[in-house]
Design a protein around this ligand. Structure first.
Ligand code: MTE
Ligand code: HPA
Ligand code: MOS
Length: 769
């Protein structure tokens, strides 16, 4: 089955927020954002803006009828600045005008008198000043301090990664109008309809039942609309509520780039101890997360960094500490991988550094330390059904790793200016919201009397194909043709109290609920059929719309069955609730069983660097991925390709630069480079690993949304290896993205004095081929 949305997208018929017909009298809203990154808001001069053509009303914090608060995990974020501003672009006032250009023109006339306060943009500086969002957290296994003496090699260093702009094609926005009885209806481009509903109700001072949020689909979210769609939904709703007119608020690309948070930059310290035969013995890591000016999802992102701090390697002694640091940047937020990629970049950097100092390929260290069943993650979960080894071995054999390395080495021998690098990137990613309670979902299924089916869930379609998956689950479970099934919009009055579409778990959670509801309906219909046909219930099934009795076609099909059931007053509607079994986590011990299962895979990445220009290409990515039993292979392959390229972009070219005043300098697509068609590797080979899947995965098809992003880390290390093939004496800083500028500088910079390992055994065990 192809993606349900394919035809609509190609024809331009798919509906997005901006396609919703605008009601007569709709006002257009534009936000006035703080010009300074930190300060005391002394006064606001709105006079000129109020007199500007078309302006109907300007709202500030004083106009909020309820609470001026949209913080999710920590209540530390005002919707509109009250007494202080905390980042450049922080919403201060909302201009409502008859047209959008009028509102935009009026915003330019607003003047704010702000008393400047010191600006922090660096997470380590924030930590030094004790500007922490939440207390630091530490995950522990064994005792690294007691292990260093037993290590043959100890490698220490620093790794830094930049942020990443989500660059969803559809910018943030919402369209709200007053509804009868003092409520509002909000169309929102959000991954979290319930989050928009909850915070809007709080801001308006009404019950959640008075706020209806509806989502058709998103033109991409990538985590950027898990929490941060709330601001725009609540602002549009505030306007509609106060002025009693429909209000549309859609961010311009420029406003979206400068006002919204992004993937978190991290600065991290690592110390890695190895045995003489390259076993990882001890690992100490400290993460400084640049959270921005408010908590947003940062504490949860921080937690996932800790969960993935050792990636897919067993290290018996681990101490991982993470600080969430408050800076005067827009609050950073969820982004595909949710802190996991940042954690993995540090351990991969540590392994790369060890390999460089010991003169072995990093993959010699990686493959000796892969997780195995029965071992324990630092967070206490025991490994079961681990495919780390299988995915590595399959990739190593299928893509002939050692031969490939030999070819790269041979190429580098004979090529003076172009140099190649090969890197292996294995991944292990935990599936579930790390907050156990969020792992629940509901589905509402109606069978209409003509046999067609309508389904509502909490899942939001944002390009990842979840609607297609839900239709497939329903059709399979009911035994009917998928074209009878329609997926309704995601709406808080039909399915309430939903978790956001996130954590790659949407298809699992909502799909299981759909499966449960459809199963209940099927059982009910089969009981009805048994009665009608006077047959034993036990032998009845439905397949391909035909009722079968003991495997043979019976006297009824789907349409007849549904219609007769209605006349016998059998309920054709079902609502099901699913909660992932056996999850728990004890934060006081930092131990538990947080994940339903893990996803594994191994990518081999080759890059070629032009050592005169510093430019490079990612030539080929060949990977083996653990999909379980994929039932939508086309969609799942698309998720791998998209995630991979997004990860490569983050690691190589996407460079966010804020100046000391907290102003985003890369605030347009002329200065912020994202991968385009030409930067996609010429070869992307995605092989499906044969595994049974997992019972917690929907129809045993494992979650696929986020894991492939982390294959992109391989691009960083492939380029780095190519740089070092040209100039083996250089040890570039572990600083992502590795832009062409950084490549060029490291190729020709003065040699950095790289300290030798703290101590090294007299004899290094021979490394077996
Ligand atoms: N794919 C597309 N095309 N667009 C998106 O916005 N978001 C990613 C991923 N794949 C995204 C995407 C993120 S961050 C997540 S968490 C998952 O999809 C969410 O959807 P799922 O749970 O259905 O995999
Ligand atoms: N992943 C993604 N989004 C989330 C999570 C998570 O683990 N927890 C809360 N929001
Ligand atoms: Mo994805 S970062 O969990 O929206």
């Amino acid at each position: 089955m192809h993606n349900l949305d394919a035809a609509g997208h190609v024809r331009g018929e798919s509906q997005y927020l901006d396609d919703i017909p605008v009601q007569r009298g709709t006002l257009h809203a534009v936000v006035y954002g703080s010009p300074l990154a930190h300060g005391k808001l002394r006064s606001l001069n709105l006079e000129a803006a109020r007199r500007a053509p078309g302006v109907v009303r300007i709202l500030t914090a004083a106009d909020i009828p309820g609470e001026n608060q949209i913080g999710g995990i920590v209540p530390d974020e005002e919707l509109l600045a009250g007494s202080h501003v905390h980042f450049q672009g922080m919403p201060v006032a909302l201009v409502l005008a008859e047209t959008e250009p009028q509102a935009r023109a009026a915003v330019k006339l607003i003047e704010a008198d702000i008393e400047p306060l010191p600006i922090i943009t660096d997470p380590r500086e924030a930590a030094a000043q004790d500007e922490l969002i939440v207390p630091p957290r530490t995950f522990r296994l064994g005792d690294p301090a007691a292990t260093w003496d037993a290590c043959a090699h100890i490698i220490e260093g620093v790794a830094e990664n930049g942020g990443q702009e989500h660059l969803y094609i559809e910018t943030q926005g919402a369209y709200a109008y007053p509804s009868e009885g003092g409520g509002v209806r909000v169309h929102s481009s959000t991954q979290g309809p319930t989050a928009v509903q909850r915070h809007t109700a709080r801001v308006l001072g009404v019950g959640m039942h008075k706020v209806e949020v509806d989502v058709v689909r998103l033109g991409g979210g990538f985590g950027g609309k898990e929490d941060q769609a709330t601001t725009w939904g609540a602002l549009a709703a505030l306007g509609a509520f106060v002025v009693k007119k429909p209000v549309k608020l859609v961010l311009s690309r420029h406003d979206d780039l400068r006002m919204t948070g992004k993937r978190h930059p991290y600065s991290s310290d690592f110390k890695l101890g190895l045995s003489a035969d390259l076993k990882l013995l001890a690992y100490e890591v400290t993460f400084y997360q640049n959270a921005g000016a408010a908590a947003d999802l940062s504490p949860a992102v921080l937690e996932r960094t800790l969960f993935h701090a050792t990636n897919t390697y067993f290290i018996p002694n681990v101490r991982a500490t993470a600080y969430s640091c408050r800076t005067n940047l827009p609050p950073n937020t969820a982004f595909r991988g949710f802190g996991g990629p940042q954690g993995m970049f540090v351990i991969e950097s540590a392994i790369a550094k060890a390999a460089e100092q010991l003169g072995v390929p990093a993959w010699e260290i990686q493959r000796r330390n892969l997780y195995q069943d029965g071992q324990e993650f630092p967070y206490g979960q025991r490994l079961a059904d681990c495919h780390a080894g299988l995915s590595w071995q399959t990739a190593e054999q299928k893509f002939k790793l050692e031969q490939w390395q030999a070819e790269v080495d041979a190429f580098n021998q004979q090529s003076a200016v172009k140099k190649r690098g090969l890197a292996v990137m294995p991944i292990c990613f935990g599936i579930s919201f790390t907050k156990t309670a969020m792992n629940q979902a509901r589905a509402l299924v109606h069978i209409y009397t003509d046999g067609s089916v309508g389904i509502s869930t909490g899942a939001v379609e944002m390009g990842q194909g979840v609607n297609t998956k839900m239709v497939q689950v329903a059709a399979r479970t009911l035994g009917i043709n998928p074209n009878r099934v329609r997926l309704e919009t995601t709406n808080t009055t039909r399915v309430a109290n939903t978790s956001p579409t996130a954590a790659s778990a949407t298809a699992d959670l909502n799909g299981k609920a759909v499966e449960m509801a459809c199963r209940a309906l099927r059982v009910r219909l089969m009981r009805h059929a048994a009665e009608e046909l006077k047959l034993e219930y036990e032998g009845l099934e439905i397949y391909d719309e035909q009722v079968l009795a003991a495997g043979k076609p019976a006297e009824t099909d789907w349409e007849k069955l549904v219609s007769t059931a209605y006349w016998k007053r059998v309920s054709l509607t079902e609502n099901a609730h699913y909660a992932t079994p056996d999850l728990w986590f004890d934060q006081t011990q930092e131990k538990g069983n947080p994940f339903a299962y893990h996803v594994y895979g191994t990518a081999l990445v080759q890059a070629t660097v032009d050592a005169v220009r510093g430019t490079y290409e990612i030539d080929a990515v060949r990977l083996v991925h653990d999909f379980g039993q994929s039932f939508t292979p086309g969609i799942d392959r698309g998720q791998i390709e998209g995630g991979l390229v997004q990860g490569l972009g983050w690691m190589t070219m996407e460079e966010l630069i804020y100046n000391q005043e907290g102003r985003l300098l890369t605030n347009a697509l002329s200065t912020y480079k994202v991968p385009d068609l030409y930067s996609v590797p010429a070869v992307v080979d995605v092989e499906f690993l044969e595994t049974p899947g997992h019972p917690n995965a929907i129809l045993r098809a494992k979650a696929v949304g986020e894991p492939p992003l982390m294959y992109g880390l391989g691009g960083y290390f492939a380029i780095r290896n190519a740089v070092r093939a040209f100039r083996p004496s250089v040890f570039p800083a572990f600083s992502a993205p590795i832009t062409p500028e950084k490549v060029l500088m490291s190729l020709y910079a003065a040699p950095a004095a790289e300290p030798a390992p703290v101590h090294q055994a007299a004899t290094v065990a021979p490394i077996k081929p």
